[in-house]
Design a protein around this ligand. Structure first.
Ligand code: BYC
Length: 330
């Protein structure tokens, strides 16, 4: 257990006296781009912010397997099935690295998972929408993984070492995910009229929820300012959303698809694309648990956890047996 979590009266008094100095030294480290590591002193609010963000991120990866998992048995060819299977497995891996990163901050994985299953923990709003056709798998890869990549590349430079390092590998894999999605869209758009319509329909349904992935507008983002001071976040929600729009317009043009936003227009002065108003009431309603699939997602996760209990028990029993054997022979 790290020294700042030791809750003795003496320790608390010592910390209270030294707090301003510790906080100054901590912020100096952040300002000099020195990574914070698990055993370093950190303000409690920094630790809690990281546990919140990393665990929400881990939950998003795990719940994020479900919309695409829905198409594993229905992928249109063996090649597509293999690729999708690999992608979904990558997401499970991302969830596990991220739970491990949260554990370095003293959070217990069981407690985090319990909060998810109780409907108390957040995960990305995007995974509460249904996948109605194969084109949705393409749209998720292109747009959702594309948005994730824009959000997550800056996290490779996050001030907390274990999170930043986990993000390096995650981003490499996300980049493959984005390309597999775009390649599905390319194939559909070069196919029959029906396939092209499927691609357009998927784009119409996934576009606005993808913009919401970046979080509320800066003016309503309660955590951004402090998270940027601590260099957990390097850009605001609106900055990243704009980057995503600017990147997606030429990609949609290449596919000869239409982004479902009549207000979308290049602004010659700023060099960016202006876009229409986002329906934030839909976003907040999804966050409250009232999106199209929230209840189904949590029920599926709970069932998977219960049905996997014997695997966890068997792995623990095997580990204990190995430990006993090692002790006997040493
Ligand atoms: N969905 O002050 P704000 C993936 C919450 S994984 C749900 O701006 P912050 C992928 C926010 O948590 C995608 N909740 O917060 C996986 C806060 O609520 P609390 C996940 C959202 O933290 C598999 C409140 O709204 N990526 O892409 O500064 C397959 C106020 O927001 C959302 C990550 O987790 C949302 N969209 O900024 C394919 C990346 N947005 O906690 C793809 C890491 C906001 O006060 N996370 N909220 O109750 C981040 O970068 C930041 O946490 C966010 C939000 C930009 C998401």
């Amino acid at each position: 257990m790290y020294s700042q979590f030791v809750d003795t009266g003496v320790e608390r008094m010592r910390c209270a006296e030294e707090l301003p100095e510790l906080e100054r030294a901590f912020q100096d480290k952040i300002d000099s781009d020195i990574k914070i590591e698990p055993k370093d002193w950190m303000p409690e609010a920094y630790r809690q912010t990281l546990v919140r963000q990393i665990s929400q991120h881990a939950h998003s990866e795990i719940v994020g397997m479900l919309p695409e998992g829905n198409w594993l048995t229905r992928a249109p060819s063996l090649r597509r099935k293999l690729i999708l299977l690999a992608k979904v497995q990558d997401e499970a891996g991302h969830g596990l690295y991220l739970y491990s990163a949260a554990e370095t901050l003293g959070a217990s994985r069981e407690a985090l998972i319990e909060a998810l299953h109780a409907g108390k923990a957040k995960y990305s709003s995007i995974f509460n929408y249904p996948t109605l056709s194969w084109a949705d798998v393409g749209a998720i890869g292109w747009l959702v993984d594309g948005a994730a990549l824009i959000n997550q590349i800056p996290l490779c430079r996050c001030s907390y070492g274990p999170y930043a390092r986990a993000m390096v590998r995650i981003c490499k894999e996300e980049s493959f995910h984005q390309r597999q999605g775009y390649e599905i869209m390319l194939a559909l758009c070069a196919g029959s009229a029906v396939q092209k319509r499927m691609a357009q329909d998927a784009l119409d349904r996934w576009w606005w929820p993808s913009l919401m992935m970046f979080g509320p507008p800066d003016a309503e983002s309660i955590h951004t300012q402090q998270a940027m001071r601590w260099k957990i976040k390097r850009h605001t929600n609106d900055e990243l959303r704009q980057k995503f729009v600017d990147q997606s317009v030429p990609q949609a043009d290449y596919l000869e698809l239409t982004l479902p936003d009549p207000a979308l227009k290049r602004n010659e002065q700023t060099g960016h694309y202006d876009f229409g108003a986002i329906d934030w009431s839909e976003f907040w309603s999804v966050l409250k648990g009232d999106g199209p699939c929230n209840r189904q997602r949590i029920a599926t996760r709970r069932q998977a956890y219960d049905e996997g209990r014997w695997v966890r028990e068997a792995a623990l029993a095997y580990g204990a047996k190995q430990d006993r054997r090692r002790a006997e022979f040493s």
